[in-house]
Design a protein around this ligand. Structure first.
Ligand SMILES: Cc1cc2nc3c(=O)[nH]c(=O)nc-3n(C[C@H](O)[C@H](O)[C@H](O)COP(=O)(O)OP(=O)(O)OC[C@H]3O[C@@H](n4cnc5c(N)ncnc54)[C@H](O)[C@@H]3O)c2cc1C
Length: 419
């Protein structure tokens, strides 16, 4: 799952104009003017923040690649930076993207691709404005990498209309803040595991939802265990057909990998910039060995940045494919190696830890915490959103066309699988 520690940290400067994909100048000029007209009639200094954000959404200036009526103008995704630059220059408030990373990076594209028109109208606006935070109820104690084996059950209620959901989820980031959750549950245990799943939006205010914090390596409790006991889920909140949950979840997961590993960055943005600054600040700690490591990682980070930029341009044309897995693997490895190097370059300061309280911060930011935090938090990067081992399997099978892992559990009814 997604955390705010990916490179798309809004504390980072935007990609310089020279690195943006080419867009027709006419479109960009027209859009710039549209943003200026909007700002002229909606003064960000005097309007309340929520009213301003809602109006921006209604004007199609929220995410320009979304359809009209849903916050966009059906324009190329690459034009978003034109709008964002105008709003930033005017000092306009943004929608705090890190606060609702799962909503923006995963729920929104899932709803857009697989939701009904009514669901899109109901959920996308409060999601984009930040009024409704989303979380992801996928992983379970017995189903992480093997997500299709999950055991949370959804059964039709007595009237045969809505659903009753019971089970346990785990590692649920932001569940303590969320109004809605992306939920995958088993609706048919009598068919093979992938075929018996259905995808829902779960109302996190239902009395059957219990959220308990889980303290992690860094001290804080970013994520939770979530116990679901007879939770009522309306059939109108089902996303996709009954039994199609695996297909819908694949879309969410591919977007998740791009959201974690595919952010736009300037050169020396993200962790590599922090490490380069530490190198410049501590000449007394330099050794030829550390210099060699820094140069290698700096070059790797630059290659990853440029490759990600190409991936983002491909994405502008449609939903992400398995290639996003590569960006996520590289991001995780680099973040771990760079944060380890930063710790060494911090000398004795690297042994200090800035905040050991079990905080429940809304936004996880690599930038605002110390080197010890970055080192520890980066360990999770190769687990969240799919482990690096699983992503290598995906690349091997779906990108390189190598033979699939032998699987013995894909034709047997889920209820007969050993657990
Ligand atoms: C910071 C963080 C935030 C998270 N947030 C969320 C969230 O919001 N929502 C959510 O649903 N989940 C979330 N997760 C859970 C995450 O998706 C799972 O931890 C992850 O999918 C791995 O599952 P697991 O922990 O059950 O490990 P397992 O699946 O038990 O894996 C254990 C080890 O075995 C390896 N392994 C397993 N199967 C194979 C295989 N076939 N081939 C090779 N190696 C294999 C794995 O790579 C791993 O090293 C989060 C995790 C972290 C660390």
């Amino acid at each position: 799952m997604l955390s705010g520690t990916g490179p798309a940290d809004p504390a980072e400067p935007a990609v310089p104009a020279g690195d943006e994909p080419a867009v027709p100048a006419g479109d960009a000029d027209e859009l710039r003017q549209r943003a200026r007209d909007f700002l002229a009639s909606h003064d960000p200094a005097t309007l309340p923040k929520l009213g301003f954000l809602r109006a921006r959404f209604d004007a199609g200036l929220a995410w320009v690649h979304y359809p009209p009526g849903l916050g966009g103008l059906s324009l190329p995704r690459s034009l978003q930076s034109v709008v964002d630059a105008e709003f930033a220059a005017a000092g306009a408030p943004d929608n705090d993207p890190i606060r609702n990373g799962i909503g923006l990076g995963m729920a929104a594209p899932t709803i857009l691709a697989s939701g009904t028109d009514e669901q899109k109208q109901r959920w996308l606006r409060p999601l984009w404005t930040g009024e409704e935070v989303w979380c992801q109820l996928f992983s379970e104690p017995g189903a992480g990498s093997d997500l299709a084996g999950l055991a949370t059950r959804a059964v039709r209620d007595d009237a045969g209309q809505d659903w009753r959901v019971s089970g346990q989820k785990v590692w649920t980031s932001l569940a303590h803040r969320a109004r809605w959750a992306l939920l995958v549950a088993r609706t048919d245990p009598d068919v093979p595991k992938h075929a018996g799943l259905t995808y829902f939006a779960c109302d996190m205010t239902d009395p059957g939802v219990e959220v308990r914090p889980l303290r992690q390596l860094t001290g804080e409790a970013e994520f939770n265990e979530v116990f679901l006991t007879d939770v009522v889920v309306r059939d109108r909140d089902r996303i996709g057909e009954v039994g199609e949950g695996w297909r819908v979840a694949q879309g969410t997961l591919m977007n998740e990998r791009v959201a974690i590993g595919g952010g736009a960055l300037p050169r020396e943005g993200g962790t590599v910039g922090i490490v380069a600054a530490a190198w410049r600040a501590h000449p007394e700690l330099r050794t030829p060995g550390l210099h060699d490591r820094l140069i290698r990682l700096w070059a790797d980070a630059e290659i990853a940045r440029l490759a990600t930029e190409r991936l983002r341009q491909q994405l502008a044309a449609g939903q992400p494919g398995p290639e996003g897995s590569a960006a996520k693997i590289v991001f995780a490895r680099l973040n771990q190696e760079l944060s380890a190097l930063e710790l060494e370059l911090s000398g004795a300061d690297g042994l200090r830890y800035d905040d050991w309280s079990q905080s429940r911060t809304e936004t996880v930011s690599f930038v605002t915490r110390g080197p010890g935090y970055r080192y520890l938090r980066a360990r999770g990067n190769s687990i969240e959103g799919g482990t690096s081992e699983i992503l290598r399997n995906i690349i091997a099978e779906r990108v390189l066309g190598l033979p699939a892992e032998p699987r013995t559990d894909t034709r047997v009814p889920w209820k007969d699988l050993p657990r």
